[in-house]
Write a protein that binds this ligand. Structure first.
Ligand code: CP3
Length: 359
């Protein structure tokens, strides 16, 4: 199977030469787009949207119709995996995700089982296949999952949390139980990502949104170790093409070298780190993805252009950079700010990729 016509994203992840820096945005299909809100209304709810392969495909393509983005990302949610494990995901209006049956008792934890992604998560796998067909070889499709630690935060807290009191209590009082949750979840994530790859995902990203809330030692033991195990269990090529893996730990800048040693092809960065310094630390080992503060998109097109150029200049010449935000795009982002961002990244990065400017 040939690469997509626009393969800059895959080339940059593999640190192969490109003519300009590719970009996509975390949460690129979302509530800042009026057409997304319209489809979501038609679906009835966010979860109904996720569970319909046809509507998930429709919203996946919406940002690509508007902007010259270099990759599509499967429209779904990280919490579909614990939902498939029987926890009962729902969204309370204005309160974010919640579980009907969070993990509270030891027996509930001992009963956890690995779902078959082709059965319990069939709707996601069908969406991947449908999106690949609809993309028709134009840009690559990114599959994703949450990290075991990030999923466990929601599974144990029962929803969003400010202090992670329940999971951290378990971490320090019953580490054996937390390790069991993480072990089963890591097996579930491995099977789920492999099923996405077999259905057509051309790169995968592990979202470790809450790994950064851990101590230096706990991060390695309870988050990074499980992501490393997942990566070791992934199909690394499909249809003759390498499937790059991106690890994004929000707040993980201090631990870059260790993340880069996880076996991933690229490390996602939030905006708290200078991308040039990050490159100096790990640049010959992995590609880097990031890392514009999503709030820059509130500053008007000139500020967007200036700050995007700052990230590009900091990374410097040569391949190995996928431009992105440092976290998901805000629902309050003016859509025209994204137009300015895409134009700036594509135009301003060309000079850094001329053959004479070596990285
Ligand atoms: O990047 C993409 O465009 C792909 C789709 C995607 C969504 N969620 C869609 C979504 C991805 C990759 C995610 C990942 C996700 N989901 C994470 C990890 C990344 C991160 O942002 O930290 C987390 C922690 C979740 C759990 C989750 N789902 C939260 C915290 C929320 C927000 C709740 C709220 O009301 O703001 C969701 C809902 C969600 N996931 C939305 C979207 C577009 C908004 C739902 C809506 O339409 O109401």
């Amino acid at each position: 199977m040939a690469r997509p016509r626009n393969d800059r994203f895959l080339r940059a992840l593999l640190r192969e030469p490109v003519d300009y820096t590719p970009l996509w945005l975390m949460r690129q299909a979302g509530r800042y787009l009026p057409e997304y809100c319209e489809t979501r209304k038609r679906a009835g709810s966010f979860l109904a949207l996720c569970k319909s392969p046809q509507l998930a495909c429709e919203v996946t393509l919406q940002p690509l119709a508007r902007y010259d983005l270099d990759a599509a990302i499967l429209f779904s949610d990280i919490l579909t995996v614990p939902d498939a494990m029987g926890l009962g995901l729902y969204f309370a209006e204005g309160e974010g995700p919640k579980f009907e049956r969070p993990l509270r008792e030891e027996w509930e934890i001992r009963n956890l089982a690995v779902p078959d992604p082709n059965v319990e998560l069939r709707y996601v796998i069908d969406a991947v296949a449908e999106i690949r067909r609809a993309l028709d070889g134009s840009v690559p499709l990114i599959g994703f999952s949450g990290s075991p630690y990030t999923l466990a935060c929601y599974m144990i807290e029962g929803g969003a949390s400010d202090d992670f009191r329940r999971i951290k209590t378990m971490l320090y009082s019953r580490p054996d139980l937390l390790h069991h949750v993480l072990d089963v979840t890591a097996q579930a994530v491995t099977a789920y990502l492999n099923a996405q790859i077999e259905a057509g995902a051309q790169a995968v990203q592990i979202f470790d949104t809450w790994g950064g809330s851990l101590s230096h030692a706990a991060y390695r033991e309870f988050s990074l170790a499980y992501m490393t195990k997942i990566i070791a269990g992934l199909k690394r090529s499909h249809d003759g093409e390498r499937i790059p893996v991106i690890v994004f730990t929000k707040g993980g800048g201090l631990w870059l070298e260790d993340i880069a040693a996880s076996g991933c092809d690229a490390v996602g960065l939030d905006w708290s780190i200078d991308i040039g310094q990050a490159r100096a630390r790990v640049g010959s080992k992995v590609a880097l993805q990031g890392n514009l503060d999503p709030s820059v998109l509130f500053g008007g097109s000139e500020v967007v252009a200036r700050e995007a150029r700052r990230v590009l200049d900091s990374f410097g010449p040569g391949s190995g950079h996928v431009f992105n935000l440092g976290h998901g795009i805000s629902q309050f982002t003016p859509p025209e700010a994204v137009t300015a961002l895409v134009e700036t990244v594509h135009a301003a990065s060309r000079a850094a990729h001329r053959p004479e400017s070596k990285g």
